[in-house]
Structure formats: C-alpha cells, structure tokens
Design a protein around this ligand. Structure first.
Ligand SMILES: *[C@@H]1O[C@H](CO)[C@@H](O)[C@H](O)[C@H]1NC(C)=O
Length: 278
C-alpha cells in the first residue's frame, strides 16, 4: 500500500515536471520561430539569408550593379509566365525583354502594357533609377480577411493612406469585389522625405489584392489548408518614381484589413526593406 502511494507520487511528480519542461520548450519555440501568418512577401529577395529584409542597392548607370536584381525579379515572375493572361492579368505574363524577340500573344502584349513600367521590357525600372518591387501575400490558408470597404457603415481609420480611401470610392465593391489594400511609405520622417512619389502598378487597378483571387481559409476546402497553392497568388508592383539618390531609404509596406492590427514589432501583414540608389 505504502509503496503504491509512493509510486503514484513519483509518477505525478514526473508528469508535472515533463509538462513544465514541455511548456517552456513550446513557449521558447513559439517566441523564436518566425510568425507564419499572413506574410507580406517582398520580391526580389536578396540571396543572403537576410532575404526577408533586403537591401536593394544599385547604380542605374552600372548594369552590373542592378543585373542581379533584374534577374531575381525575373526568377520570381517566371512562375506567372503565360500566353493567355487572365483579365485583368494577375502578373506580367512574360519575363522576356522585348529585344529578346520572343513571340508574344496579343493578350500578353495587352497585359505587359498594363504592367508598364514594371516589366522586363523596362528592366523593372532599374536602369533608370525608378525600381519596381513586387508584393505578394503568403501563409493565408488559415486566414479569413475582413476587408475595408465603404459599402458598410463601419468606420474607416483616419490614418488610412489617401490612395486607398480614393480607391474605395473609385472601385465600388459591388463591381470590383473586395480588396486587401496595400500601402508603402518611408519608415521614418527622413525616409518619408527621401522616398519620393510611389505608384502602385497596374496603375488602372485597385492598389491591393483581390480577395476573389486569394486562397484564404474561406475560399479553399478545409483539407487544402496544409497543401501548397496550385496557382501563385496575385501580386502588386510598387514603383518608386523618384527615390533620392545616395541615401539609404527604409521602406515599410503593409496591408490594410479590419482584422490585422498594425504593430511595428510584428511581421504579420507587414514588411520592410531598404532601398539605396547610388
Ligand atoms: C465589406 O466590408 C465588411 C466589413 O469588413 C465585410 O464584412 C464585407 O464582406 C465586405 N464586402 C461587402 C461586399 O460588403
């Protein structure tokens, strides 16, 4: 009897210790591993392991300095290469410069025009110091976005950038559907001075990701959540029209939905990178 009691005691103590140690390890892993929930991807990435916060540095007059960025942008966009782009096209349909004399279909020509100047035809703007950077959403299979639109009476945050507020009026939700809006700006006041005007490409489309094209949890079967996507997600290009030369510019991009709160320390729906045009 006495022995049994002691055995039970030992078992209980061991169980509690195992639970505590397991809990601590779990907590540490949770804190140390990067968050994998609604990631805003920035492309091109740098080859180093710091790829999630690239320093995009180049000199427009020196092709050798920007060619790798051009090539890595092409590597990323190759996934979207098609002769029959959707309407509207989700990405530039060719990674071939027009001098390559690769035959393009007429729909692809139209799509390339829409993505001007963020196409291979223009070297994504690197050769003239007006680079294009591409954004895409990742890890969205568990996410049900609550988009901002003006078809409901819910408030719109006053700090929402003007270009999004305008787009919400210009592209009514009953016609264009909902969007996960996107914006980029200088991270600090000095960056805001140096970054210059920004355009979202395609220019004639809402600045964001159409929820119709996003494979979020509400749009895919439950069993598909752990599977990779068969079609690559929609992208938006950010065109830096006149970034100041010779200074480092910290750029911060983020998405706007009602359910994702802005938090400087978080990487959920938010990305940053550095731009340096020599
Ligand atoms: C508009 O926004 C609300 C609130 O986020 C959302 O519930 C709704 O699905 C959106 N779309 C339409 C068409 O109302």
């Amino acid at each position: 009897m006495g022995l049994e009691k002691r055995t039970i005691k030992i078992i209980v103590i061991v169980a509690v210790v195992v639970l505590i140690i397991g809990g601590i390890i779990g907590l540490l892993l949770g804190l140390l591993l990067p968050q994998r929930y609604v990631e805003l991807e920035v492309w091109p990435r740098s080859p180093e392991d710091t790829y999630n916060q690239p320093l995009i540095r180049f000199n427009p007059d020196n092709a050798g300095s920007w060619h790798d960025w051009y090539r890595r942008t092409n590597d990323f966009l190759r996934e979207y290469e098609t002769t029959t782009p959707e309407v509207p096209p989700r990405a530039p349909c060719s990674t071939h410069n027009q001098m390559d004399q690769v035959h393009r279909t007429e729909p692809c020509n139209v799509a390339m025009k829409m993505w001007t100047p963020c196409t291979a035809d223009y070297f994504y703007g690197y050769n003239i110091g007006k680079p294009c950077v591409f954004l895409r959403l990742g890890y969205i299979h568990y996410w049900v976005p609550e988009p901002y639109n003006i078809s409901t009476n819910l408030p719109i945050p006053p700090e929402m950038p003007r270009h999004i507020q305008q787009a919400m009026r210009q592209y009514p939700v009953y016609k264009y559907g909902d969007f996960v809006w996107v914006s980029c700006e200088g991270e600090f006041p000095s960056d805001q001075e140096n970054i210059g005007p920004i355009q979202y490409i395609p220019a004639g489309m809402p600045p964001g990701f159409s929820t119709r094209r996003l494979h979020t949890a509400d749009r895919i079967p439950y069993v598909a959540r752990n599977l990779p996507d068969d079609t690559p997600g929609p992208i938006v290009a950010v065109l830096f029209e006149n970034p100041r030369r010779g200074v480092l510019i910290n750029v911060e991009c983020r998405i706007w939905t009602r359910d994702i709160y802005y938090d400087r320390s978080s990487r959920v729906g938010r990305a940053r990178f550095e731009l340096y045009v020599d």
